[in-house]
Ligand binder design. Structure first.
Ligand SMILES: C[S@@+](CC[C@H](N)C(=O)[O-])C[C@H]1O[C@@H](n2cnc3c(N)ncnc32)[C@H](O)[C@@H]1O
Length: 271
């Protein structure tokens, strides 16, 4: 299925009109009625970013490190929590979807669903294009107008990624659900203390709830904590997969035993 998973869901990034696949097999491009045309990349994703990739987009090395961390099962509790709340959903949009891992796990749990992973990083999108047969991968900027048609999405999710609440509200169908996973101050705390990594603002969840309440009716909040035992390689990858990688990854790291906790808020605003 690949990009076909996005049929009927994408909007032209130039004029916002419906974007459809051309009639060729395999599909070579997607276009709108106004004739704005976007070629499908050789690796299977669709680049709808009408600008150069920003400097902060995840690099190939970060994407690889994240892929190894996710494959280790370190964030499996997050996937299980998402799946529990997503039952019955048919169309999923994962904003800042990275490698496509969380979307793929969710689609495994939802056999009738299809989804789009949207990310500003082309290396991430290349990987997400192969994450799941029912997942499309699109390059776009989450802070701009999403190239997604209004009220077409049943579930929007955003895991450790930029949260454009106004756009999430626009693309969600009536009764649609938004699941936001954001780190709380205890998330990977021992790792952050030991290696001087970027901190997490103590009132992040309050600010998140305030921003969401401008666009969504009710907000359920749930704290999820899961312990993690990390060998040295995994510790290095946990550092290398995030923005800390832009400041350099320490050569020497130590294994951490059960003290690294995955600690996140799961927000659940309903439109
Ligand atoms: C911390 S990673 C999380 C990736 C994925 N959700 C996960 O949990 O594995 C943040 C992701 O957001 C993407 N990102 C950052 N800024 C973005 C933007 N403005 N628009 C879309 N994606 C963005 C990054 O490229 C990266 O893949």
């Amino acid at each position: 299925m690949g990009l076909d998973a996005a049929r009927g869901l994408l909007a032209c990034p130039v004029c916002a009109g419906p974007l459809e696949a051309d009639g060729s097999d395999p599909v070579r491009s997607w276009a709108c009625g106004e004739g704005h045309r976007f070629d499908v990349a050789r690796q299977g994703h669709l680049n709808l970013l009408r600008a150069a990739q920003p400097a902060h987009a995840d690099t190939p090395a970060m994407v690889e490190a994240r892929g190894r961390v996710l494959a280790s099962g370190a964030f499996d509790a997050v996937d299980a929590a998402l799946a529990r709340r997503a039952s019955g959903m048919r169309t999923v949009l994962d904003v800042g979807g990275g490698t496509g891992h969380h979307l793929a796990r969710l689609l495994d749990a939802l056999p009738d669903a299809r989804g789009i992973s949207l990310d500003v990083s082309a290396p991430a999108a290349r990987r997400a294009a192969k994450a799941h047969p029912r997942a499309a991968s699109v390059v776009a900027d989450a802070w701009g107008t999403l190239p997604v048609r209004t009220k077409r999405i049943g579930l929007a999710m955003c895991v450790f990624a930029p949260r454009n609440m106004a756009e999430f509200a626009r693309v969600l169908a009536d009764g649609g659900l938004l699941l936001v996973v954001a780190p709380d101050p205890a998330h990977l705390l021992s790792l952050r203390e030991r290696y001087g990594l970027l901190g997490i603002e103590p009132d992040k969840d309050e600010r998140l709830a305030r921003t969401a309440s401008a666009h969504f009716e009710s907000i359920g909040r749930h704290r999820l904590r899961s312990p993690l035992t990390a060998g040295a390689d995994l510790v290095r990858d946990l550092i290398a997969m995030g923005p800390n990688a832009f400041h350099g990854v320490p050569e020497e790291v130590e294994a951490i035993d059960t003290e690294v906790a995955v600690s996140v808020w799961l927000f659940r605003p309903r439109r």
